[in-house]
Design a protein around this ligand. Structure first.
Ligand code: NDP
Length: 264
């Protein structure tokens, strides 16, 4: 809600060739010392910005969460930048330690990646049980496909991951009680690929040409929504579905990060 959003301090840091790092110094004098603070780092073309801002934000007591916009430009080392984020502020959940705990039985990461966490939260809030269900995840990226498959496994689903080398993805998807679509392929999943009554979570966000729109394009998912909603028990919309859940989970992780700091 708007009230919830107002409780956050939001730092947007744009690093580009036009901006010297000193010109984007953060305010560290927020009047309410316990207001959760989220810093969003959008990186431009300065190679020397690789770790400078991350170090500064790690040390800033008013910042409880750091999000680095991905993908980074090719000249920057994504692995290095993500590893430098303090594990206590890794609200995106992409730090190698958080991801490895996600993959291990009996371990819990401090933060779970936002889009995958949003899928599990929506399943839970919709009263859809996961335990023992067949789940198919389409995509295996570090950001969505891999972590959501690990979360589903932790929740006791039987998980199959479909990727670009999977032969006959439609027959695999047709067996799923739960489908998470995160391939980045516009309307790839057709109605007859879906098991009747299945729960379909469409993470894909693809721009397709649409001259009737002012922008000249519209956003569609990886699922053919018109066909899917005639077959599926549940299907999320694009836009407005998993994107909104991702933002909500990011704020939740930031709030949890602030609470963690107060408690420790
Ligand atoms: P990536 O491009 O990093 O990964 C795509 C994955 O899908 C890869 O693992 C790829 O396989 C697989 N894939 C591609 N084509 C096919 C195909 N035809 N059949 C089966 N698998 C395929 O994308 P992201 O994971 O970053 O994002 C996926 C989608 O989700 C995008 O549309 C993105 O915009 C959206 N997104 C939405 C978010 C939200 O909040 N709603 C958040 C993040 C992403 P392989 O590994 O073999 O190449």
């Amino acid at each position: 809600s708007a009230e919830f959003l107002l409780c956050f301090t939001y730092y947007l840091i744009v690093l580009s060739s036009e901006l010297l790092p000193s010109s984007v110094a953060l305010s560290n004098t927020h009047p309410l010392s316990k207001v959760p603070g989220l810093a969003v780092v959008i990186v431009g073309s300065r190679k020397d910005s690789q770790s400078y801002k991350v170090d500064e934000l790690n040390a800033d007591p008013d910042v409880h969460g750091i999000l680095v916009q991905l993908p980074l430009p090719k000249h920057l080392n994504e692995e290095k930048v993500l590893s430098e984020i303090s594990i206590d502020k890794d609200v995106d959940g992409f730090h190698p330690l958080n991801i490895s705990k996600l993959a291990m039985k009996g371990r819990e990461p401090l933060f779970q990646p936002c889009t995958p966490k949003g899928c599990l939260e929506l399943l839970s809030r919709s009263g859809i049980s996961v335990k023992g269900k067949k789940a198919v995840v389409v995509g295996r990226s570090n950001i969505v496909g891999l972590p959501v498959s690990l979360l589903l496994l932790k929740a006791d689903a039987t998980v199959t991951v479909v990727h670009s080398h999977t032969s006959s993805p439609e027959s695999t998807i047709r067996e799923a009680d739960i489908v998470i679509a995160a391939a980045g392929q516009a309307m790839m999943i057709k109605g007859d690929w879906i098991k009747p009554g299945a729960s379909v979570f469409d993470v894909g966000t693809n721009a397709v040409d649409d001259p009737s729109k002012k922008a000249g394009y519209r956003l569609v998912g990886d699922v053919d929504f018109q066909e899917a909603c005639k077959v599926a028990g549940w299907v999320t919309t694009v836009p407005g579905g998993m994107g909104s859940m991702t933002v909500a989970m990011l704020l939740k992780n930031t709030l949890d990060g602030a609470k963690h700091k107060i408690d420790h």
